[in-house]
Ligand binder design. Structure first.
Ligand code: PMT
Length: 412
């Protein structure tokens, strides 16, 4: 059976890398589901995977010999491993064991699967499967965070009964759920056929920044990142190539979005600069206005009789204003947010002018059911000579409205 142009993965070339866990048997069904969804599939297996399922089974289901080692000269002659890495529109690792995630996170290339993942330029998706204690281990948590920060899509794992009779998060997602996850994320060189922002690059900042005072304390704020993540997801759905620069937040990376995690205002500034040039910049992050003049390497102690403590803070660079001033960044539209507790419209208009923005989105914060942390918001967008109200609604819906307005202003 060859790949068909129809189906959610129509015509895509998927390289499925199978890791060595008991869930490897489910990867057989995954091959079938990927092909049903219109993809053509080639399979590479780790040595561990071959302990659970045979290469022959994958060959029968995929229609191609499964690759098992870097050192097979006949297979290399038919299609070199670098050629296979280039062939793929996307690479999917399922099941991704704790060991495989660690090796991928740290860029090892000590077997066929890790070499293919390092050599490919196609987007990488991983579907983890392991014991729940291994999934929760700080080492695995850090490895998954590192992979996410590089834009790797993580699908699952599910919560439920595990092979060894225990229960918890660690089950490989069902093949249909993996196919759905892949269908929501663009593959290499492919963007949705239609979309208001198709062909444009959009950089979005989201979440708070944390300014470290000493090894135990930092200055932060209440931003959850929900608004910025919703904007990034909406722009990606509209066909944009999206880079999301995220402060410390607990949110999943939206499908098809390249995420860069940062902590401080200084790191956010650096990551935003590295993501440019772009067509659109949307600053939804709540960047700290002040940061400690110096980081104290030792915990700041209470002084003998002192009832008060004065912190010596200095201004952070205004990332948004810097981006708006940058003339060689190719930007067609720079969008800011204004979080205000009073005089919302006045302060927003002042920021629009002072920071030389094309558009500013004002929202009232400090009220229940809107602003920071909440799933809902209400906002008004201002641009020179116009404004638009976005009445109270879930942030995901408001983000769609804002992205439509961005597309309109780009065409204005
Ligand atoms: O993350 P959520 O919980 O969803 O909440 C985010 C939000 C709903 C409040 C969001 O809509 C919002 O208003 N985000 C921006 C909050 C903010 O920091 O506003 P501000 O008025 O302090 O900053 C104005 C603009 O300048 C913002 O675009 C900000 O990203 C930018 N800025 C500010 C300071 C600085 N040093 N650099 C900047 O780029």
């Amino acid at each position: 059976m060859s790949a068909t142009a129809t189906g959610p993965l129509g015509g895509q070339r998927i390289l499925l890398c199978v890791g060595g866990g008991i869930a490897a048997y489910k990867a057989l069904e995954l091959v079938r589901r990927l092909r049903d969804a219109g993809a053509s599939v080639q399979v590479a297996m780790t040595a561990g995977a071959q302990q659970f399922v045979t290469p022959l089974s994958f060959q029968a289901l995929s229609g191609h010999p499964a690759r098992t080692t870097l050192w097979d000269s006949a297979a290399e002659q038919a299609m070199g491993h670098l050629e296979l890495a280039r062939w793929a529109d996307r690479v999917v690792v399922a099941p991704a064991t704790a060991d495989l995630l660690a090796r991928l996170a740290h860029g090892l290339a000590d077997d066929l699967v890790t070499t293919l993942c390092l050599a490919t330029e196609a987007p990488l998706s991983v579907a983890p499967a392991m014991n729940h204690r291994m999934w929760r281990h700080p080492a695995t948590v850090a490895n998954v965070a590192l992979l996410r920060s590089r834009g790797v899509q993580v699908i699952g794992p599910d919560d439920g009964p595990l092979a060894e009779g225990e229960s918890g998060p660690g089950r490989l997602s069902e093949p249909d759920a993996i196919v759905d996850g892949l269908a929501g994320a663009p593959a290499a060189g492919r963007t949705p056929a239609t979309g208001l922002l198709q062909g444009l690059k959009v950089v979005v900042s989201a979440g708070p920044t944390y300014e470290d005072l000493d090894p135990v304390r930092y200055l932060g704020n209440r931003s959850s990142g929900k608004m910025g993540f919703a904007v990034a997801a909406s722009a990606a759905r509209q066909g944009a190539q999206v880079v999301l620069v995220a402060g410390p937040v607990q949110l999943e990376t939206p499908p098809g979005v390249q995420r860069v995690d940062v902590r401080s205002a200084a790191q956010m500034r650096e990551a935003v600069a590295a993501a440019l040039p772009a067509d659109v910049y949307i600053g939804a992050a709540a960047v700290a206005d002040y940061t400690p003049r110096a980081f104290s390497p030792d915990k700041i102690k209470k002084t003998g009789t002192g009832e008060t403590l004065a912190l010596d803070l200095v201004r952070t660079p205004d990332i948004l204003a810097e981006v708006a001033r940058q003339e060689d960044a190719g930007l067609k539209l720079v969008v800011g947010f204004a979080a205000e507790t009073t005089n919302v419209a006045d302060y927003a208009r002042q920021k629009l002018e002072a920071k030389r923005l094309d558009l500013i989105v004002a929202n009232r914060v400090g009220v229940p059911g809107a602003g920071f942390e909440s799933d809902d918001n209400a906002m008004t967008a201002y641009w020179p000579g116009g404004e638009r109200d976005f009445p109270a609604a879930p942030k995901v819906r408001l983000a769609d409205g804002l992205v439509e307005l961005v597309a309109e202003r780009l065409g204005a």
